[in-house]
Ligand binder design. Structure first.
Ligand code: NAP
Length: 492
């Protein structure tokens, strides 16, 4: 087990080697449960960007020249490797961003394994083409080719998952990949890269750590980077789009959300309570892009549902804030100080906007975990439900990204759809109903990349995952990491 007394150092992965930043400078990574530094990671420079891109570019032709079957074999070996190193990786993920170990070990690592195996199974898709007869003596055909060097930029809330979903499909398609993890939770990605380098040839996969504000522009605008896939905020997406405006390249943007979770009176209410609470409170302390942060409940069951949600979240057997490394804890802290301040300020704003606190609202380790002095400076926020009368409040329109949800009533299906779609985002939506026709109507009428009925947040290999509107565009999938070339042959 890792303890805060050990200060661990991690390095970039460049050309298959563990590489410090060229200046030797390092950044602090904080343990969000204690507010203490627990790891040091490289503060890379523009010089390091040049080195990492050059090694990825050099590795590209040989990797692209492998058959899809050969690349699939690498993907399977990585999947197998995860089984051996799952405990170590889940512990690093938990230490770095506070996502409780019971979820990173039992849920996350198996999901990563599945992604690598799914990429292996999809390998041939990346080399399939069509033949088109063009006349008596000529025909056309299409070939798919890898793009070159792909840059994957990942967020702090789910570093290993977003690393994997980008790297696996881009690699199996024949690209080389550079991952730039968040400055806030970097260590798990650096160690992951080190493990993957045991299997992949040098330069095929690289990981570079540093501040987005210092190396982000140099990476995304680099002429030898052929595609950028960002999972992050709309603010960063806009900055990237601006940076590459004069030298455009393809982008995938997987951004934020303000997802509705809609409960009709005919639903199985036990299941709905389960789905609502897991999606925004206990699941990674609400720091999930698809978090069901706007709860909409049909008026006839509004008070009953609020009582049930409250009883569940106030039950100490369910809501156990505590050391995220302890398997008994069901909720960890907010992953970094800046985000902690943001979440707290939104709770204050909600009260100013006239929202009623149904439960929660408090924050700070000294307040919430007073019996555990080592956690008193951590970034703790308790699950908070805010009752609102209008969806136009800022707390209903802006992504909070923490264990904070709004709840409001609706009367009809049409009203539920109108409120659900009254947002600039379009990432996810939950619908709880036992009426099959209603379920299908809601699916068609909701503008979001993912709609779940009588479940919430399920993603899986084979299903596209992406957003509409300001939640982004594109999905991390094998075809998006290839281009399609048209070829015509005249037989004469
Ligand atoms: P963020 O602030 O946008 O950062 C994301 C990544 O972009 C980090 O690695 C960051 O590096 C880097 N970055 C910052 N400025 C950059 C620039 N100018 N050029 C290139 N890279 C730059 O997002 P976050 O706060 O880490 O993550 C939370 C957000 O991610 C939320 O909005 C959440 O909804 C979204 N998210 C979406 C999905 C999805 O699949 N749709 C999944 C998870 C999270 P630094 O950390 O060094 O600044």
């Amino acid at each position: 087990m890792i303890t805060t007394t050990e200060l661990k150092k991690f390095h970039n992965l460049i050309n298959g080697d563990q590489t410090p930043a060229s200046t030797g400078d390092m950044l602090d990574n904080m343990d969000p449960s204690t507010g203490e530094v627990w790891a040091k990671v490289p503060r890379s420079t523009i010089e390091d960007v040049e080195t990492v891109v050059a090694s990825a570019r050099i590795a590209f032709p040989s990797w692209a020249a492998l058959s899809s079957i050969e690349r699939a074999q690498y993907m399977r070996r990585i999947g197998d490797l995860l089984a051996k190193h799952g405990d170590e990786l889940s512990a690093l993920e938990t230490k770095g961003n506070g996502w409780v170990i019971r979820e990173t070990s039992y849920g996350l690592i198996p999901a990563l394994e599945q992604i690598w195996y799914d990429a292996a199974g999809a390998a041939s898709e990346g080399s399939e083409g069509e033949t088109i007869q063009m006349g008596q003596s000529s025909f056309g055909y299409t070939v798919r080719e890898p793009l070159g060097v792909v840059l994957g930029i990942t967020p702090w809330n789910a570093p290993l998952f977003t690393f994997t979903i980008k790297a696996a499909y881009a690699l199996v398609a024949g690209n080389t990949v550079i991952i730039k993890p968040s400055e806030h939770a970097t260590a798990s990605s650096l160690r992951y890269g080190e493990l993957l380098a045991e299997i992949l040839p040098p330069g095929v996969l690289s990981v570079i750590s540093g501040l987005g504000s210092e190396i982000g522009d140099a990476l995304v605008s680099h002429p030898e980077i052929n595609k950028v896939s960002l999972t992050g905020s709309g603010t960063t997406a806009k900055a990237i789009a601006k940076t590459i405006a004069s030298n455009p390249k393809p982008l995938i943007f997987e951004l934020g959300g303000k997802s509705p979770n809609i409960v009709f009176a005919d639903a199985d209410l036990d299941k709905a309570v389960e789905g609502i609470t897991a999606s925004i409170f206990t699941g990674n302390a609400g720091q999930l892009c698809v978090g069901g942060s706007r709860i909409l409940i049909q008026r006839s069951i509004f008070e009953e549902m609020i009582t049930r949600i409250k009883e569940k979240m106030l039950n100490p057997a369910i809501t156990r804030l505590g050391d995220p490394m302890n398997p008994e804890s069901t909720m960890g802290p907010i992953a970094n100080f800046a985000q902690y301040e943001k979440v707290c300020s939104y709770i204050e704003l909600g009260v100013e906007e006239g929202a009623e606190i149904v439960f929660g609202g408090r924050h700070g380790g000294d307040v919430l975990l007073s019996g555990q002095s080592q956690l008193s400076n951590g970034y703790w926020v308790e699950p908070t439900l805010l009752k609102v009368n209008s969806n136009s409040l800022r707390i209903c329109q802006e992504e909070i990204f923490g264990p904070v949800a709004t709840v409001m009533p609706f009367d009809t299906e049409e009203e539920a759809v109108a409120i659900a779609n009254d947002t600039s985002f379009g990432l996810g939506a939950g619908v709880w109903t036992n009426d099959l026709s209603r379920a299908h109507h809601m699916i068609r009428k909701i503008t979001a990349g993912n709609v779940w009925v009588n479940t919430y947040g399920r993603v899986g290999p084979g299903l596209p995952f992406g957003g509409f509107k300001e939640s982004g565009y594109g999905t991390d999938s094998i075809l998006e990491y290839t281009h399609k070339k048209a070829c015509v042959i005249e037989l004469g």
